[in-house]
Design a protein around this ligand. Sequence first.
Ligand code: SAM
Length: 303
Amino acid sequence: MERRETDVKETENRSTGKLSNPQNTIQVIQKHGFAFQKKFGQNFLIDAHVLDKIIAAAGVTADDMVLEIGPGIGTMTQYLAERARQVTAVEIDTNLIPILKETLSDYDNVTVINEDILKVDIKKLAEEYNAGKPIKVVANLPYYITTPIIMGLFESGVPIDNITVMVQKEVADRMQVGPGSKDYGALSLAVQYYAEPYIVANVPPNCFIPRPNVGSAVIRLTRHQTPPVEVKDRELMFKLIRASFNQRRKTLLNGLNNSPELSFGKEQIAAAIEQLGVPAAVRGEALTLEQFARLSDLLGESR
Ligand code: SAM
């Protein structure tokens, strides 16, 4: 049954020139003499089921503006354009721009911007294309800059509904876990401060051309309306988090005391840890987001 559905879908894709069909992708690449650039993290999706899952998880509707990061040859962009009101796609590789012009020629609701996403004023794009209302971000991310892209989106005050992205499996796990897991770290806490993470699907290497040498996963990060914890000085809390995990094997006390980013005295830190009600030799990796927020307030007050 499953197999027959796949066959039907593939026939449909081939006839409509959809790039989720691997032959169509290869044809486009050959026609344009496109050479994959490793430095841009180029692994193009060639699996219609995975694309359907990403779009469904993002909950794209006809009212939405979607920001796509790294459209590649436009495989996911075609899917997005059929469902969203507006798709704005930011692609760094100039060699892909003529290809996108061709593969997206049927859609009048797509804008392609040839830029580095880390240099784009996304807030301005949301204002221009969505009257400042929350946007959806959907992407098969270039893995070499996953963290700066996601943290940049959260920290720059761009109005966001959700970010639904393909990332390295290991990174998706790190975003989702809590204390007690070896994967728990600064990324878990930062992501969970801003959003509710949910792993939608694991995706094997054979769903991409060329195949990446790591497993991948689709994760949806639903932006919190209000942060799950209250903290007086958010920057201080994130400095504490970074300091604790930079020296993971050290106690929280030593980690914070050794950090060049912080200037609290050892006794001051010890007193705050005691007030927090955790053991003096606790490690940072045992603390919840709530405890980091409280520790930040305690240390902030003691300044
Ligand atoms: N969306 C396409 C797909 O799913 O088939 C391509 C995904 S591929 C994993 C990542 C894409 O991001 C590539 O097209 C790459 O050129 C682009 N890219 C890499 N770094 C970028 C950056 N700094 N800004 C914008 N796009 C970037």
